[in-house]
Design a protein around this ligand. Structure first.
Ligand SMILES: O=c1ccn([C@@H]2O[C@H](COP(=O)(O)O)[C@@H](O)[C@H]2O)c(=O)[nH]1
Length: 272
Protein backbone atom coordinates (compact mmCIF):
# COMPACT_ATOMS: atom_id res chain seq x y z
CA UNK A 1 0.00 0.00 0.00
CA UNK A 2 1.28 3.49 -0.81
CA UNK A 3 1.33 6.33 1.71
CA UNK A 4 -1.19 8.20 -0.47
CA UNK A 5 -3.61 5.25 -0.25
CA UNK A 6 -3.20 5.23 3.54
CA UNK A 7 -3.94 8.96 3.76
CA UNK A 8 -7.03 8.47 1.56
CA UNK A 9 -8.30 5.75 3.91
CA UNK A 10 -7.74 7.99 6.94
CA UNK A 11 -9.93 10.70 5.40
CA UNK A 12 -12.55 8.21 4.25
CA UNK A 13 -12.93 6.55 7.66
CA UNK A 14 -12.16 9.69 9.68
CA UNK A 15 -9.81 7.56 11.70
CA UNK A 16 -6.10 7.03 12.15
CA UNK A 17 -6.59 4.18 14.59
CA UNK A 18 -4.42 1.06 14.49
CA UNK A 19 -5.70 -1.91 16.48
CA UNK A 20 -3.09 -4.18 18.01
CA UNK A 21 -3.81 -7.90 17.67
CA UNK A 22 -1.80 -9.13 20.67
CA UNK A 23 -3.57 -12.39 21.38
CA UNK A 24 -3.00 -13.99 24.77
CA UNK A 25 -4.86 -17.29 25.24
CA UNK A 26 -5.17 -16.53 28.96
CA UNK A 27 -7.19 -13.40 28.19
CA UNK A 28 -9.53 -14.41 25.38
CA UNK A 29 -13.09 -15.64 26.04
CA UNK A 30 -13.24 -19.22 27.32
CA UNK A 31 -15.68 -20.45 24.66
CA UNK A 32 -13.11 -19.77 21.91
CA UNK A 33 -10.63 -22.19 23.45
CA UNK A 34 -12.81 -25.08 22.22
CA UNK A 35 -12.24 -24.03 18.58
CA UNK A 36 -9.53 -25.56 16.43
CA UNK A 37 -7.70 -22.24 16.03
CA UNK A 38 -8.72 -19.96 18.93
CA UNK A 39 -6.19 -17.24 18.02
CA UNK A 40 -7.49 -16.85 14.48
CA UNK A 41 -11.14 -17.07 15.59
CA UNK A 42 -10.50 -14.29 18.11
CA UNK A 43 -8.76 -12.10 15.51
CA UNK A 44 -11.44 -12.71 12.87
CA UNK A 45 -14.20 -11.65 15.28
CA UNK A 46 -12.28 -8.53 16.37
CA UNK A 47 -11.46 -7.57 12.76
CA UNK A 48 -15.05 -8.08 11.53
CA UNK A 49 -16.37 -5.95 14.40
CA UNK A 50 -13.85 -3.08 14.10
CA UNK A 51 -12.59 -2.80 10.50
CA UNK A 52 -14.82 0.22 9.72
CA UNK A 53 -13.33 2.17 12.67
CA UNK A 54 -9.61 1.73 12.02
CA UNK A 55 -7.14 2.02 9.16
CA UNK A 56 -4.51 -0.45 10.38
CA UNK A 57 -4.00 -3.66 12.34
CA UNK A 58 -0.78 -4.52 14.13
CA UNK A 59 -0.20 -8.09 15.27
CA UNK A 60 2.83 -8.19 17.51
CA UNK A 61 4.64 -11.35 16.39
CA UNK A 62 5.71 -12.20 19.97
CA UNK A 63 2.10 -13.18 20.72
CA UNK A 64 2.17 -15.70 17.85
CA UNK A 65 5.74 -16.95 18.18
CA UNK A 66 4.96 -17.81 21.81
CA UNK A 67 2.57 -20.53 20.56
CA UNK A 68 5.06 -22.13 18.14
CA UNK A 69 3.89 -23.48 14.82
CA UNK A 70 0.20 -23.05 15.75
CA UNK A 71 0.84 -19.39 16.54
CA UNK A 72 2.71 -18.77 13.29
CA UNK A 73 -0.13 -20.46 11.33
CA UNK A 74 -2.67 -18.24 13.10
CA UNK A 75 -0.60 -15.18 12.14
CA UNK A 76 -0.53 -16.32 8.52
CA UNK A 77 -4.31 -16.92 8.52
CA UNK A 78 -4.88 -13.50 10.09
CA UNK A 79 -2.84 -11.57 7.49
CA UNK A 80 -4.43 -13.61 4.67
CA UNK A 81 -7.88 -12.83 6.09
CA UNK A 82 -7.07 -9.11 6.19
CA UNK A 83 -5.56 -9.03 2.70
CA UNK A 84 -8.43 -11.00 1.15
CA UNK A 85 -11.34 -9.31 2.92
CA UNK A 86 -10.09 -5.82 3.81
CA UNK A 87 -7.36 -5.01 1.26
CA UNK A 88 -7.54 -1.25 1.99
CA UNK A 89 -6.38 -1.76 5.57
CA UNK A 90 -2.71 -1.12 6.34
CA UNK A 91 -0.99 -4.05 8.04
CA UNK A 92 1.96 -3.89 10.41
CA UNK A 93 4.05 -6.84 11.56
CA UNK A 94 5.39 -5.63 14.88
CA UNK A 95 8.47 -7.87 14.85
CA UNK A 96 11.29 -5.42 15.69
CA UNK A 97 13.79 -7.15 13.37
CA UNK A 98 17.15 -6.05 11.95
CA UNK A 99 20.46 -7.90 11.45
CA UNK A 100 23.43 -7.97 9.08
CA UNK A 101 22.38 -7.24 5.50
CA UNK A 102 21.82 -10.73 4.07
CA UNK A 103 19.85 -11.75 7.18
CA UNK A 104 17.74 -8.58 7.08
CA UNK A 105 16.93 -9.38 3.44
CA UNK A 106 15.48 -12.71 4.56
CA UNK A 107 13.44 -11.03 7.34
CA UNK A 108 12.10 -8.56 4.78
CA UNK A 109 11.21 -11.40 2.39
CA UNK A 110 9.44 -13.25 5.21
CA UNK A 111 7.22 -10.34 6.23
CA UNK A 112 6.69 -8.56 2.89
CA UNK A 113 6.68 -11.40 0.35
CA UNK A 114 5.77 -14.60 2.17
CA UNK A 115 3.29 -13.19 4.69
CA UNK A 116 2.27 -10.11 2.67
CA UNK A 117 2.39 -7.39 5.35
CA UNK A 118 2.52 -3.73 4.26
CA UNK A 119 5.10 -2.88 6.90
CA UNK A 120 7.38 -4.26 9.58
CA UNK A 121 8.94 -2.67 12.66
CA UNK A 122 12.75 -2.66 12.65
CA UNK A 123 15.32 -1.84 15.34
CA UNK A 124 17.89 0.73 14.09
CA UNK A 125 20.73 -0.36 16.37
CA UNK A 126 22.73 -2.23 13.69
CA UNK A 127 22.63 0.74 11.31
CA UNK A 128 22.19 1.50 7.62
CA UNK A 129 23.11 -1.88 6.11
CA UNK A 130 20.71 -3.64 8.48
CA UNK A 131 17.75 -1.41 7.49
CA UNK A 132 18.24 -0.78 3.76
CA UNK A 133 17.30 -4.39 2.77
CA UNK A 134 13.81 -3.66 4.18
CA UNK A 135 13.65 -0.27 2.42
CA UNK A 136 14.41 -1.89 -0.94
CA UNK A 137 10.83 -3.24 -1.19
CA UNK A 138 8.56 -0.98 -3.28
CA UNK A 139 5.33 0.18 -1.62
CA UNK A 140 6.33 -1.53 1.63
CA UNK A 141 7.14 0.45 4.76
CA UNK A 142 9.88 0.06 7.34
CA UNK A 143 8.89 1.37 10.75
CA UNK A 144 12.05 2.24 12.62
CA UNK A 145 12.08 2.36 16.43
CA UNK A 146 12.92 5.96 17.35
CA UNK A 147 11.61 6.81 20.82
CA UNK A 148 9.75 3.91 22.38
CA UNK A 149 6.90 4.09 24.88
CA UNK A 150 8.57 2.21 27.75
CA UNK A 151 10.62 3.50 30.69
CA UNK A 152 13.75 1.84 29.30
CA UNK A 153 13.67 4.33 26.42
CA UNK A 154 15.55 6.68 28.79
CA UNK A 155 18.41 4.16 29.18
CA UNK A 156 19.84 4.77 25.70
CA UNK A 157 17.45 6.56 23.34
CA UNK A 158 17.47 9.93 25.09
CA UNK A 159 21.20 9.87 25.91
CA UNK A 160 23.40 12.28 23.94
CA UNK A 161 26.24 11.13 21.74
CA UNK A 162 28.37 13.96 20.32
CA UNK A 163 25.74 16.46 21.49
CA UNK A 164 22.68 14.78 19.95
CA UNK A 165 20.21 12.44 21.62
CA UNK A 166 20.36 8.93 20.15
CA UNK A 167 16.72 8.95 18.95
CA UNK A 168 17.39 12.22 17.09
CA UNK A 169 20.49 10.68 15.48
CA UNK A 170 18.32 7.75 14.36
CA UNK A 171 15.81 10.14 12.79
CA UNK A 172 18.36 12.46 11.15
CA UNK A 173 20.74 9.75 9.89
CA UNK A 174 18.08 7.42 8.51
CA UNK A 175 16.77 10.24 6.30
CA UNK A 176 19.84 9.83 4.08
CA UNK A 177 19.46 6.07 3.56
CA UNK A 178 18.43 4.56 0.20
CA UNK A 179 14.65 4.60 -0.32
CA UNK A 180 14.15 6.53 2.93
CA UNK A 181 10.75 7.65 1.60
CA UNK A 182 9.63 4.17 2.75
CA UNK A 183 10.44 4.99 6.39
CA UNK A 184 7.98 5.46 9.21
CA UNK A 185 9.01 5.73 12.86
CA UNK A 186 7.80 4.44 16.23
CA UNK A 187 7.30 7.14 18.85
CA UNK A 188 5.51 6.23 22.08
CA UNK A 189 2.36 8.13 23.06
CA UNK A 190 3.84 8.35 26.55
CA UNK A 191 6.51 10.69 25.11
CA UNK A 192 4.13 13.12 23.34
CA UNK A 193 6.05 16.25 24.36
CA UNK A 194 9.08 15.04 22.39
CA UNK A 195 7.04 15.22 19.20
CA UNK A 196 7.68 18.96 18.77
CA UNK A 197 11.39 18.38 18.21
CA UNK A 198 10.78 15.11 16.36
CA UNK A 199 8.61 16.95 13.84
CA UNK A 200 11.42 19.48 13.28
CA UNK A 201 13.64 16.61 12.07
CA UNK A 202 11.02 14.55 10.21
CA UNK A 203 8.16 16.90 9.35
CA UNK A 204 6.36 14.54 6.96
CA UNK A 205 6.97 10.88 7.84
CA UNK A 206 4.20 8.76 9.32
CA UNK A 207 4.64 7.82 12.96
CA UNK A 208 3.34 4.64 14.56
CA UNK A 209 2.35 5.73 18.05
CA UNK A 210 1.73 2.93 20.57
CA UNK A 211 0.84 3.63 24.18
CA UNK A 212 -2.71 5.02 24.12
CA UNK A 213 -4.96 2.92 26.38
CA UNK A 214 -3.25 0.47 28.74
CA UNK A 215 0.00 2.52 28.88
CA UNK A 216 -1.80 5.79 29.62
CA UNK A 217 -0.62 7.96 26.70
CA UNK A 218 -2.80 10.89 25.63
CA UNK A 219 -4.34 10.93 22.15
CA UNK A 220 -4.94 14.69 22.40
CA UNK A 221 -1.30 15.44 23.27
CA UNK A 222 0.04 13.21 20.51
CA UNK A 223 -2.17 15.00 17.98
CA UNK A 224 -1.38 18.46 19.41
CA UNK A 225 2.35 17.98 18.83
CA UNK A 226 2.57 15.34 16.11
CA UNK A 227 -0.21 15.73 13.55
CA UNK A 228 0.71 16.96 10.05
CA UNK A 229 -1.09 18.15 6.91
CA UNK A 230 -1.28 14.50 5.81
CA UNK A 231 -2.15 13.44 9.39
CA UNK A 232 1.11 11.46 9.66
CA UNK A 233 -0.03 9.43 12.67
CA UNK A 234 -1.18 5.88 13.27
CA UNK A 235 -2.28 5.61 16.88
CA UNK A 236 -2.08 2.06 18.18
CA UNK A 237 -4.10 0.61 21.01
CA UNK A 238 -4.10 -3.12 21.71
CA UNK A 239 -5.22 -4.39 25.15
CA UNK A 240 -7.70 -1.59 25.87
CA UNK A 241 -9.66 -2.55 22.74
CA UNK A 242 -9.29 -6.29 22.22
CA UNK A 243 -9.73 -7.19 25.90
CA UNK A 244 -12.61 -4.80 26.61
CA UNK A 245 -14.56 -7.93 27.59
CA UNK A 246 -13.73 -11.63 27.88
CA UNK A 247 -17.37 -12.66 27.63
CA UNK A 248 -19.34 -13.81 24.57
CA UNK A 249 -19.91 -10.15 23.67
CA UNK A 250 -16.14 -9.46 23.40
CA UNK A 251 -16.19 -8.28 19.79
CA UNK A 252 -19.03 -5.78 20.23
CA UNK A 253 -17.35 -4.42 23.39
CA UNK A 254 -14.09 -4.08 21.43
CA UNK A 255 -15.99 -2.24 18.74
CA UNK A 256 -17.38 0.20 21.33
CA UNK A 257 -13.86 0.93 22.63
CA UNK A 258 -12.61 1.45 19.07
CA UNK A 259 -15.59 3.73 18.37
CA UNK A 260 -14.66 5.92 21.36
CA UNK A 261 -11.17 6.46 19.94
CA UNK A 262 -12.43 6.90 16.36
CA UNK A 263 -14.95 9.53 17.56
CA UNK A 264 -12.17 11.51 19.25
CA UNK A 265 -10.09 11.22 16.07
CA UNK A 266 -12.97 12.45 13.92
CA UNK A 267 -13.32 15.53 16.14
CA UNK A 268 -9.59 16.22 15.83
CA UNK A 269 -9.67 15.79 12.03
CA UNK A 270 -12.66 18.15 11.76
CA UNK A 271 -10.72 20.85 13.60
CA UNK A 272 -7.73 20.78 11.20
O1 LIG B 1 7.51 1.67 21.86
C1 LIG B 1 6.75 0.72 21.71
C2 LIG B 1 6.85 -0.13 20.62
C3 LIG B 1 5.94 -1.13 20.48
N1 LIG B 1 4.94 -1.31 21.39
C4 LIG B 1 3.97 -2.40 21.14
O2 LIG B 1 2.69 -1.81 20.89
C5 LIG B 1 1.66 -2.57 21.54
C6 LIG B 1 1.02 -1.75 22.65
O3 LIG B 1 0.04 -2.51 23.28
P1 LIG B 1 -0.98 -1.90 24.39
O4 LIG B 1 -1.74 -3.09 24.86
O5 LIG B 1 -1.86 -0.90 23.70
O6 LIG B 1 -0.15 -1.28 25.45
C7 LIG B 1 2.36 -3.84 22.02
O7 LIG B 1 2.34 -4.78 20.97
C8 LIG B 1 3.77 -3.38 22.27
O8 LIG B 1 4.70 -4.43 22.20
C9 LIG B 1 4.85 -0.48 22.45
O9 LIG B 1 3.95 -0.60 23.30
N2 LIG B 1 5.76 0.52 22.59
Amino acid sequence: MTTQQLVKEIHKKKSFLCIGLDVDLNKIPQHLLKKEDPIFEFNKAIIDATHHLCVAYKPNTAFYEAYGLKGWKALEKTIDYLNNNYPDIFTIADAKRGDIGNTSSMYAKAFFEDLGFDSVTVAPYMGKDSVEPFLAFKNKHTILLALTSNEGAYDFQTKSIEGLELYKTVLATSKSWNNSENLMYVVGATKAEYLVEIRQIIPHNFLLVPGVGAQGGSLEDVCKYGITKNIGLLINSSRSIIYASNKENFSSEASLKALQLQTQMELILNQL
